[in-house]
Ligand binder design. Structure first.
Ligand SMILES: Cc1cc2nc3c(=O)[nH]c(=O)nc-3n(C[C@H](O)[C@H](O)[C@H](O)COP(=O)(O)OP(=O)(O)OC[C@H]3O[C@@H](n4cnc5c(N)ncnc54)[C@H](O)[C@@H]3O)c2cc1C
Length: 416
């Protein structure tokens, strides 16, 4: 019997686990190497999901049932007084990063997940591809998948010219336990996807599984994402500066965010957002923020190396598509190997063609959805017509809604 190809997957977050699962389903052996030494389950926050993600999880062998998330039947938009101005039926399941992570990790044999392994570089020759880790360990395989995120070491080596581009705004995020939400506010917003659209900003909030992935009423969580225009050189640098005066670049660990910044966000929430949502922000113990970037790679395969998930393309989160895109990348990689009858070079060529196309379209679409927010740093006279206003009906219909509902993703090439 022919030897099963061995894939080295760099990055053990959702993209890497999805890749390992689909490669195993396609008949490969796959080993995941993750830089972090600890379990990643404490990471992350709420996550909008899509059926495409669940279909890939099922192919990996995970039975997806209602406990995957919290069903949200409709969307509402609140004005600053807390009145519902718009209502739209759009059922969706909201999950949490940790919930999906645990399910994916549990189906991978323990010995196939190697924590504490930081890739330093990749070497390729006629025998295959070798991953060289810090400390000097070397592992050779037939194929290497760079699923090591937006700051990918794999991509930096292969495509050093490709850099993330700051979108001009940050997302303040936070999660609150269901039982901490006052009863009257709970009744008004908890089981809904709620928007507040103050001028120049966008806030969304929704229920997610709670502690230990519990989706039972009373034990769920409530997640918010608040997009706020933030100039890069001074304002973002200020946000990323800790109490000792050290600037951490474009991201800072949540516990290091200065208390006065959190107090300021809470007070601005009271001034700008519906009182129900401002109360959620006020009660969230540790709000944190992420600067929003997008990233486009001109190619996603190079020799025996494939880029996948955020390492390949990052679309702004308005499409709510990051994890689903990683799942579709993984599916395309597995299917390409099957279609090529195990010819890895042909499989990678097909993967490159298809995912490059899809990635570019989704990044462009997410940019359009974020254009109004990005334009806030321009003077009004310099803005394009499409950047001048955000119409609630459009925002509610398009933000985080299913890609297959959008005309530009309807082509079969995008559905791989
Ligand atoms: C504000 C916000 C909201 C979002 N909301 C959603 C949403 O609702 N729905 C959705 O689908 N997506 C959402 N996303 C996107 C989603 O979080 C990402 O697209 C997804 O997590 C990508 O996963 P990944 O595995 O490709 O990368 P990452 O999750 O970044 O994982 C990369 C992994 O590689 C490891 N690594 C890095 N370098 C090395 C190395 N040298 N050696 C070994 N390991 C390494 C890292 O430790 C990490 O574990 C959101 C993103 C943001 C910023």
């Amino acid at each position: 019997m022919a030897r099963r190809p061995h894939a080295l997957v760099i990055g053990g977050s959702l993209g890497g686990l999805l890749a390992a699962g689909m490669l195993r389903a396609a008949g490969c052996e796959a080993t995941v190497f993750e830089r972090a030494a600890d379990d990643l389950a404490s990471r992350g926050a709420g996550l909008g999901t899509r059926d495409e993600l669940f279909l890939v999880m099922e192919r990996i062998g995970i039975a997806v049932d209602a406990s995957i998330g919290v069903a949200v039947p409709e969307r509402i938009c609140l004005d600053p007084s807390g009145r519902v101005t718009h209502r739209m039926r759009l059922p969706q399941t909201m999950s949490a990063w940790a919930r999906i992570y645990r399910l994916l990790k549990d189906v991978l044999p323990r010995e196939r997940y190697r924590p504490g392994m930081a890739l330093e570089r990749v070497e390729q020759d006629a025998r295959g591809v070798t991953a060289v880790f810090s400390g000097g360990a070397r592992v050779t395989g037939d194929l290497l998948v760079g699923a090591d995120g937006i700051r990918s070491t794999v991509r930096a080596q292969l495509l050093p010219q490709v850099q993330p581009r700051y979108a001009g705004y940050v997302a303040w995020r936070g999660m609150l336990e269901e039982r901490e939400i006052p009863r009257d506010i709970h009744a008004q917003i908890f089981e809904r996807y709620t928007f507040c659209l103050p001028e120049g900003e966008m806030m969304l909030s929704y229920p997610v599984p709670g502690r230990d992935d519990d989706t039972r009423p009373g034990r769920r969580g409530y997640n918010f994402v608040w997009y706020r225009p933030t100039e890069e050189r001074e304002a973002l640098a200020r946000l990323c500066t800790d109490a000792s005066g050290r600037c951490h670049g474009v991201a800072i660990a949540p516990p290091l965010i200065r208390p006065e910044l959190i107090a300021q966000v809470r007070s601005e929430a009271r001034a700008l957002l519906a009182p129900q949502v401002a109360e959620v922000v006020a009660r969230t113990a540790q709000p944190f923020f992420q600067a929003i970037f997008d990233l486009e790679s001109p190619q996603v395969a190079c020799g025996r190396v494939a880029l996948l998930g955020d390492a390949a393309f990052v679309a702004r989160p308005h499409v709510g598509m990051g994890v689903t895109k990683a799942a579709l990348d993984a599916q395309c990689l597995g299917d390409s190997i099957i279609a090529a009858g195990g010819d890895l070079d042909a499989a990678l060529a097909r993967y490159d063609r298809e995912r490059r196309h899809f990635g570019a379209r989704i990044v462009a679409h997410a940019r359009r959805l974020g254009a109004y927010l990005e334009a806030q740093l321009k003077r009004r006279g310099q803005r394009e017509v499409s950047e001048l206003e955000q119409r609630p009906e459009r925002v509610m219909r398009e933000i985080g809604s299913s890609a297959v509902d959008l005309r530009e993703f309807a082509s079969p090439r995008g559905a791989s």
